[in-house]
Design a protein around this ligand. Structure first.
Ligand SMILES: *Cc1c(COP(=O)(O)O)cnc(C)c1O
Length: 462
C-alpha cells in the first residue's frame, strides 16, 4: 500500500515508513492512497471468527505483503494477549437493540490500548529488523500517555517522552504514566492545557533538523497505524449484530477524531454502517463544525470527560482530505487559514459530504452525569463519563430503532471514579493488576510551555 500526505507536498511512503514517521514533512497526515474493499462474502465469513482473525482480514491490505502475512498474524496475537477479556472488545447490552462496545479491557483501561498494543509490537518488529532507534514524543489528554508508555516500556529501540497538561488529567491517569520507572520512559507535566501540549509536539515535528537529529516518531493518532487498528472493532461488533445482512449504527465519544474516523473508514471499506454519531463534551469544536461548516478554535474547558477536552482536532484533517476529494491544495489553504486566524469555513460541497455520513451532538456536563445515572438505573451497568457522552448522543440521534445502536465505551469507570461515585454512589474498583497503583512511587518533571526548554530537556535525557 502506498501512503500520501493530506497536504500533497510530502513524499509518498510505504507502510513501515508511515509507521515510523508520524506527521508528514509538509505538516500533513498520511493516508492510504485507496480504501481496500472487504466484500459482502468476506464480511459474512467473519461470523464466528475471533477478534484476531477479523483483525488480520481488515488490516492486512494496509500492511502485507510488506510485512509477511505470518509475521503480521504473530504480531496481532502478541498484541492482544495482554487483554483481560478473551473477546478483546466484548459487546454488552443496555436495552432493546442498544449496546455498548467495551474497549477498555487492555492493560491501561482505555480504548487506546487496542491500537497501541499493536503499535508497540509493530515498532519493535520493524526497528529490530532495521537495527534502528527512535525517539517518541507524544502529548496526552490522559489516556494515550499510559497506553503509549505501556506499549514501549523497556524497549531497547525507543525512548518515549510523554507530555501531559499539569493538573488536568485524573489522578489515576497521571499515576498510570508516572509510576512506570523504566529508563526509556520520560514523563513531563506541561504548564498549560492539552492543546498546548499537542502544539509543542507538532512544532517539534515541523522542526525538521531537530526531528532528524533525534529520529522523532509519533504515537498520537496522527500515526496512521493507530487509526488502522481501530477499524477492526467496528467490523467485529457489526458482524456480531448481523452485518453484512443488517446495518448497524455507532455513537463515538470524540476528541481528536481518531476513533470515529476509523468508523468512517470501516464504512468506506464496505461495512454497512447506518449512522455515525460524533459525540463531544462541551469542548464542541467538532459538533459545531459538522453542524455549521465553521471550524473555529475556542478555549478548552475542563470537564469530567477530560480525554476529550480538546479544541484542535488533528484527525479531522484526514476527513477534510476525503470530503475535498483528495485535494492537497484545498487542505493546505484551510490549514493556512487556521494558523493565521484560528478558523476556516468548509465549502458547501465538502460540508454536504460530511453531513451525509455524520450526525453530531454536544453533550453538557449535566446530561453526561444524568446518563451515567440513567444507565445505572436501567441496566445496572456502571459507565465512565466518556462513554456516557456517547450514549447520550446515541439516544438523542438514533433515527431507526430497528437498526442496532452501539455506543463505544472508551474507558473503564475506575479511571474516572469521582464522577461515577457522585452519580451512582459506588466507587468503581480498579482491576487487580492495578489495585496498588496509589502506593507506587511517581517520577515526572514539570516544564514551562516552551519549545526551547522542551528541546533542551529531550537532548539532555537522550
Ligand atoms: C482519547 C479518548 C477519547 C477520544 O478519542 P479520539 O480518538 O481522540 O476522538 C474518548 N474517550 C476516551 C476515554 C479517550 O481516552
Amino acid at each position: 500500500m502506498k501512503y500520501v500526505s493530506t497536504r500533497g507536498e510530502a513524499p509518498d511512503l510505504n507502510f513501515e515508513e508511515v509507521l515510523l514517521t508520524g506527521l508528514a514533512r509538509d505538516g500533513g497526515l498520511y493516508l492510504p492512497e485507496t480504501w481496500p474493499q472487504i466484500s459482502h462474502d468476506q464480511i459474512k465469513a467473519m461470523a464466528g471468527q475471533s477478534y484476531q482473525e477479523i483483525a488480520f482480514t481488515v488490516m492486512s491490505p494496509y500492511v502485507c505483503p510488506e510485512i509477511p502475512e505470518d509475521d503480521f498474524k504473530g504480531l496481532i496475537e502478541k498484541a492482544y494477549s495482554s487483554f483481560r477479556h478473551d473477546a478483546i472488545t466484548p459487546l454488552s447490552q443496555l436495552d432493546t437493540n442498544e449496546w455498548i462496545l467495551e474497549l477498555f479491557h487492555g492493560p491501561t483501561l482505555a480504548f487506546k490500548d487496542v491500537a497501541l498494543q499493536l503499535l508497540g509490537n509493530l515498532f519493535e518488529y520493524v526497528l529490530t529488523k532495521n537495527g534502528e532507534k527512535i525517539t517518541i514524543v507524544g502529548a496526552t489528554s490522559g489516556d494515550t500517555g499510559s497506553a503509549a508508555i505501556d506499549c514501549v516500556q523497556g524497549s531497547d529501540h525507543a525512548q518515549i517522552f510523554m507530555l501531559h497538561p499539569k493538573g488536568r488529567v485524573s489522578d489515576v491517569q497521571r499515576k498510570q504514566m508516572t509510576t512506570v520507572i523504566e529508563d526509556n520512559v520520560h514523563n513531563i507535566a506541561i504548564e498549560g492545557d492539552f492543546d498546548h501540549c499537542q502544539a509543542l509536539v507538532k512544532a517539534l515535528f515541523n522542526d525538521l533538523e531537530f526531528r532528524d537529529e533525534i529520529n522523532l516518531s509519533a504515537v498520537n493518532s496522527i500515526n496512521w497505524a493507530r487509526v488502522m487498528a481501530q477499524i477492526v472493532y467496528y467490523f467485529t461488533s457489526a458482524v456480531a449484530l448481523g452485518a453484512p445482512d443488517k446495518k448497524v449504527s455507532f455513537s463515538v465519544p470524540t476528541g481528536n477524531f481518531g476513533d470515529v474516523y476509523a468508523g468512517y473508514i470501516a464504512k468506506q471499506m464496505g461495512l454497512p454502517i447506518d449512522q455515525l454519531v460524533v459525540a463531544t463534551n462541551v469542548n464542541d469544536i467538532l459538533s459545531r463544525t459538522i453542524k455549521s461548516g465553521e471550524y473555529k478554535v475556542g478555549e478548552t474547558i475542563p470537564t469530567i470527560s477530560p480525554s476529550m477536552d480538546i479544541q484542535v482536532s488533528s484527525n479531522f484533517e484526514r476527513l477534510l482530505y476525503n470530503v475535498y476529494d483528495g485535494s492537497g491544495d484545498d487542505i493546505r489553504a484551510l490549514m493556512n487559514g487556521l494558523n493565521q486566524s484560528g478558523q476556516f469555513n468548509i465549502s458547501d460541497e465538502a460540508l454536504g459530504n460530511t453531513k451525509a455520513i455524520f450526525d453530531a451532538e454536544r453533550v453538557s456536563e449535566e446530561n453526561t452525569k444524568k446518563t451515567i445515572g440513567d444507565v445505572f438505573k436501567g441496566s445496572g451497568q456502571v459507565v465512565d463519563p466518556h462513554t456516557a457522552v456517547g450514549i447520550h448522543a446515541a439516544r438523542n440521534n438514533w433515527k431507526n430503532k430497528a437498526v442496532p445502536m452501539v455506543s463505544l465505551s472508551t474507558a473503564h469507570p475506575a479511571k474516572f471514579p469521582e464522577a461515577v461515585k457522585e452519580v451512582t454512589g459506588t466507587h468503581p474498583e480498579l482491576p487487580p493488576h492495578m489495585a496498588d497503583l496509589f502506593d507506587r512511587p511517581e517520577k515526572f518533571d514539570v516544564l514551562k510551555n516552551d519549545m526551547t526548554i522542551l528541546k533542551a530537556y529531550i537532548r539532555d535525557n537522550l
